[in-house]
Structures are given as C-alpha cells and as structure tokens.
Design a protein around this ligand. Structure first.
Ligand SMILES: [Zn+2]
Length: 126
C-alpha cells in the first residue's frame, strides 16, 4: 500500500522468490559458535579407512575403539598360488615356492596393535 515497488519488480523479471532457506540454516549454525561457549558435540567418527595398501593405516579400531596405526602381516593369497601354479606350468616346479617369499604377491592383513584383531585385509589381484 505504501509503495508500488513490488509491481515494478514483477513487471521487470518475474515474481520475487522467497528468501532461500539455506540462509536461515547458516545463521542457526553460526549462533552457537559466536556465543563463546565451546560446544563439543558427539561426532560419530565415521572412519572409513582404506586398507587397500601394504603400508600401515591410521584408523580407529573396530573392536577396542582406540586410534591406532595398524600392524601389517603378509599372508599367502590367490595371486601367490597363481604365480606358483604358473611356475609349475612352465616346468620350473622346483621354484614354485619363490612367490611365497615375495610380499608384493601376498595379501596384507591389517591388525590392531592393542587387541590384535583383524581390522582389514588387502586382497591383491582379482
Ligand atoms: Zn583394537
């Protein structure tokens, strides 16, 4: 009633959209921070560790909940057996044990140094 502003805007482009709701979320989020109180909320530590590596992984143990750097252990896996089988196929069966000595051909088992339980396995190949 006081001004004819809104009709002018309508004629110019299109009806003005309501203010985006994301702005309200931003103000609500910043309020506890600017209040000065240190609010430590419980953050569910969603630790998705990538165990697909042969080097120790820093993660939270699934069993004892401690933050750990995993111990790695090598175990004979599928690739090891395939390599041994291939050596046998080419007639050098005497040397079929050699892949069992090569860590790069073995699976890597990540274990917790505290509780000793297996947290992840890196299966090589296939
Ligand atoms: Zn543990």
């Amino acid at each position: 009633m006081a001004s004819d502003g809104p009709p002018v805007y309508d004629a110019k482009v299109h009806p003005a959209p309501p203010p985006p709701p994301s702005y309200e979320f931003n103000t609500q989020y910043s309020e506890p921070i600017s209040g000065g109180a240190v609010v430590v909320t419980q953050q569910p530590m969603l630790v998705i560790s990538n165990f697909n590596t042969a080097s120790p992984v820093q993660c939270q143990c699934m069993y004892c909940r401690n933050y750990i750097v995993t111990n790695v252990r090598y175990e004979v896996g599928l690739i090891t057996w395939f390599a041994a089988g291939f050596i046998c196929l080419i007639g050098c069966g005497i040397f079929a044990w050699i892949p069992c000595l090569i860590n790069d051909m073995k699976n890597v088992v990540h274990t917790c140094p505290n509780c000793g339980k297996v947290n992840g396995i890196y299966n090589r190949g296939l």
